[in-house]
Ligand binder design. Structure first.
Ligand SMILES: [Mn+2]
Length: 288
């Protein structure tokens, strides 16, 4: 069994199981990589307005917001600098929290939230009482007993650089990466930008799901899609009706001014993309 499968198994066994009442609608966003606004190294800055409008759209429609990790870019920036840079975004996310409609999950770039002291010091003043999860399982109650089981985590579990030697990676990025990234206008994430690594990660997720009765929601690779466990992209009802597949949220840092999310509001999940046209929010499903 691979290191990733082992780590995912462990997390899956320990993760809290939530049961949402019938009619609950969920939206999953990940990989915002929010920085301190510094030009060239804050990849979220250009998409801030799209995200803001998308969040308003989901808030008005009663969705529960699930943040699937790498929300803050804490390898490069300090928490308070990020909060000051994005007051409107934090206000909006707080609105979800105040109504009991926010769930936050930790990733590798915001891994300081693994530590409860950091959560208390930095997050609680904005989000009183918030708990940051490593992963969650949930059932969407259909009203006729519970529906299929879902499992959500960021997806860096078991990856050498992002998980096993996380502290060294963080040191490297904080002190050496930022000036480099600024100079070359490149991006900080490896599984997200390296094609081979990304495919390898996706394969790991699919392998882990095989033989299980679970629909697995992850982020981390920045590639929005739904995979069958045979690793083909899934766009038909047959696979969506099956009990096991992998969904990826994508990210909020696409360079072409676009963000993606997973929406779960009925029987089937949907992968959606957002962008602005003449200042107006456009939403499109990437599934048929
Ligand atoms: Mn990540």
């Amino acid at each position: 069994m691979s290191r990733t499968s082992k780590k995912l198994d462990k997390l899956y066994k320990k993760a809290p199981i939530l049961v949402f009442k019938p009619g609950t609608k969920l939206v999953f966003f990940s990989d915002h990589h929010r920085g301190d606004g510094e030009k060239g190294s804050d990849d979220f800055k250009r998409n801030e307005l799209i995200y803001r409008k998308a969040l308003e759209w989901y808030f008005e429609r009663g969705y529960t917001l699930v943040l699937v990790g790498d929300v803050e870019e804490l390898w490069e920036c300090k928490p308070l600098d990020i909060f000051t840079q994005y007051p409107f975004i934090y206000q909006l996310e707080k609105k979800f929290h105040d109504q009991g409609r926010l769930i936050k999950i930790v990733g590798n770039h915001d891994f300081i939230w693994y530590n409860k002291k950091n959560v208390k010091k930095y997050l609680n003043p904005i989000f009183p009482g918030i708990e940051v999860y490593r992963g969650i399982s949930f059932y969407l109650d259909t009203g006729r007993g519970t529906g299929p089981r879902y499992f959500v985590c960021h997806g860096h579990q078991g990856e050498f650089k992002s998980d096993t030697i996380l502290n060294i990676s963080k040191f490297f990025v904080r002190w050496f990466w930022k000036p480099f990234q600024y100079a070359f206008r490149t991006s900080a994430t490896s599984a997200a930008t390296n094609y081979k690594k990304r495919s390898k990660r996706e394969k790991e997720y699919c392998n882990w799901v095989k033989g299980k009765n679970v629909r697995f929601i992850v982020g981390h690779t920045h590639r929005p899609r739904i995979f069958s466990i045979a690793k083909n992209i899934v766009i038909d009802d047959y696979v969506l009706n099956s009990s096991a597949y992998v969904m990826n949220t994508g990210c909020c840092v696409f360079p072409n001014e676009c963000i993606s999310a997973i929406e779960l509001s009925g029987k089937h999940p949907n992968v959606v993309e957002f962008w602005l046209e003449n200042g107006k929010l456009v939403k499109k499903s990437i599934l048929k």
